[in-house]
Design a protein around this ligand. Structure first.
Ligand code: NAP
Length: 340
């Protein structure tokens, strides 16, 4: 039986858009546009929260692996509620209104309203804290894949990572703790030990001279087989040097904007492997069953408080410029979110 849309919204609503690549604060602008009407198989979603991630800034700058056609709405992830249903939803019809959902890749989450194919929706149970849901699809998913997809780790094994106080780094710490893995967490500034140990880090080390020796000392000479690199340059090299024979260094970020330099000896005498990871590719290649498994784990952990990413500030969508400026600051204590 055909169901009519439950509630139609009309009028205009606010969103961020950019029409050229460049300095983020110079290229973003607020725009009012017509609230879209969901068509066959679609629902209308009202965005609740969406983070400003480094990848969003890189896209605005035109410095990302893939770039969208312009003009376009930024924002790779977020969470929202279904506010109206379009036609042809089959057995889903009538059951989606008010449901909280993760916004899909390609939605452009820095806007108040958007339409989504109902088949792409990931439902979010109400016991998952809404801020956590807004940040689940990218960083915690990346952390889980980094820990599961490269080296077969067993309880007690060490993992070493840099940018350990980043969103991904914190998720790595929390998931590793849940898996009884031990983490060596390299950060670029002091004063983070208490906070990171409080969420499950085993060891926190400031990047600098003698990193390898300091790691050998705390692990009793046992070397990690997996290294996770979000910085590049000297930091990545230092991480690689701490790995055990046949260890794997996975690069997933380049916060330091410096290329990886790999000495021949690390390949010849230590047989290290250097791999890369991009969560967008993972989503593209994963089966529905693999995606369902990942979301089930992440949503459960978020509901239980096992996964928690701190939020430093929340800005209304209308203050997106201030939010972006805030997200570009160094030494934040958490993420910056936009509120729809
Ligand atoms: N490949 C993928 O699929 C994938 C998925 C998710 C994220 N990422 C990447 O992972 C990285 C972290 O993302 P996030 O959202 O977790 O970041 P975030 O929460 O915004 O935190 C940024 C982190 O980077 C550190 N940092 C900034 N500039 C640095 C530099 N020059 N040298 C060393 N550390 C620096 C910051 O340290 P301070 O606190 O000291 O400022 C902070 O720990 C980004 O590069 C992002 O693009 C990649």
């Amino acid at each position: 039986m055909e169901h009519p849309p439950q509630r139609t919204l009309s009028g205009t609503s606010c969103g961020v858009r950019f029409a050229s690549f460049g300095a983020p604060l110079e290229v973003i602008e607020l725009e009012q546009s017509e609230i879209p009407v969901p068509t066959s198989g679609q629902v209308l979603v009202q965005m609740e929260f969406a983070p400003v991630n480094p990848a969003d800034l890189n896209v605005l700058e035109g410095k990302y692996g893939t770039l969208p056609a312009l003009p376009c709405v930024p924002g790779v992830e977020g969470v929202g509620r279904v506010v109206s249903e379009g036609p042809d939803l089959g057995e889903l019809a009538g059951g989606l209104i008010s449901k909280r959902v993760l916004l899909p890749h390609g939605f452009g989450s820095w806007k108040r309203y958007g339409v989504v194919q109902a088949s792409e929706l990931v439902l979010v149970p109400e016991d998952v804290p809404v801020h956590q849901a807004a940040m689940l699809r990218i960083n915690p998913a990346t952390a889980l894949c980094l820990l599961e997809n490269f080296v077969a780790l067993k309880p007690g094994d060490w993992v070493v990572q840099n940018a350990a106080n980043s969103g991904v780094g914190r998720s790595v710490i929390q998931i590793a703790r849940a898996r009884r893995l031990r983490t060596l967490n390299v950060v670029r500034r002091g004063g983070l030990d208490k906070e990171l140990c409080g969420i499950g880090a085993d060891v926190v080390l400031e990047f600098g001279e003698g990193l390898g020796a300091r790691i050998r000392e705390v692990t009793g000479g046992v070397l990690p087989r997996l290294g996770l690199n979000a910085v590049g340059g000297e930091s990545a090299l230092a991480l690689a040097k701490t790995l055990s024979e046949s260890g794997v260094l996975v690069t997933y970020g380049a916060m330091g904007l410096q290329p990886l330099r790999i000495p021949n000896g690390l390949l010849i005498f230590k047989d290290l492997s250097f791999r890369g990871f991009w969560v967008s590719r993972w989503y593209q290649n994963a089966s529905q069953a693999e995606r369902d498994r990942l979301f089930k784990k992440l949503l459960n952990w978020a509901a239980q408080g096992i996964l928690h990413t701190p939020v430093e500030a929340v800005y209304p969508l209308e203050e997106a410029r201030a939010a972006v400026a805030h997200a570009m600051r160094a030494e934040r204590s958490g993420k910056v979110l936009l509120q729809g």
